[in-house]
Design a protein around this ligand. Structure first.
Ligand SMILES: [Zn+2]
Ligand SMILES: [Zn+2]
Length: 124
């Protein structure tokens, strides 16, 4: 908003004490009242806008959280479906027997000699 300052004539009729000073004071009061009302309105609108945007932020945040939780669940179930190397915990591609898979023949060999030859459940 731009304020235009208009210089009033110093010796104009409005400055005479016996002039329409009462009217002028009424006008000043009215102006103050209008300005106060306008400020109040603007403050109310600003609070309202802030409240709405806070609600929107909160909702957006909740949506984001829900999406993240969903994505996390999906990732977990994907991970659970996978088999992991018994020896080095890399993703396994060779399955030996129950709960025992390996990422490579090397890992299978290492684990076999270390302990798996005694516990292997593979049907022979
Ligand atoms: Zn491995
Ligand atoms: Zn086995």
């Amino acid at each position: 908003m731009r304020w235009n300052f208009v210089k009033e004539p110093q010796n104009g009729p409005n400055f005479r004490l016996d002039g329409p000073l009462g009217l002028r004071l009424d006008f000043e009061e009215e102006k103050k009242r209008v300005i106060a009302a306008a400020i109040e309105k603007v403050q109310f609108e600003m609070n309202e806008a802030r409240r709405i945007s806070e609600d929107q932020l909160k909702n957006a945040h909740l949506m984001e959280m829900a999406t993240a939780v969903e994505r996390h669940k999906t990732e977990i179930s994907e991970v659970k479906k996978k088999q992991w190397c018994y020896n080095c915990e890399a993703e396994a591609i060779y399955h030996c027997c129950w709960n025992t898979s390996y990422c490579s023949v090397d890992c299978q060999q290492v684990h076999w000699h270390k302990e798996h030859k005694r516990t292997c459940r593979r049907k022979r």
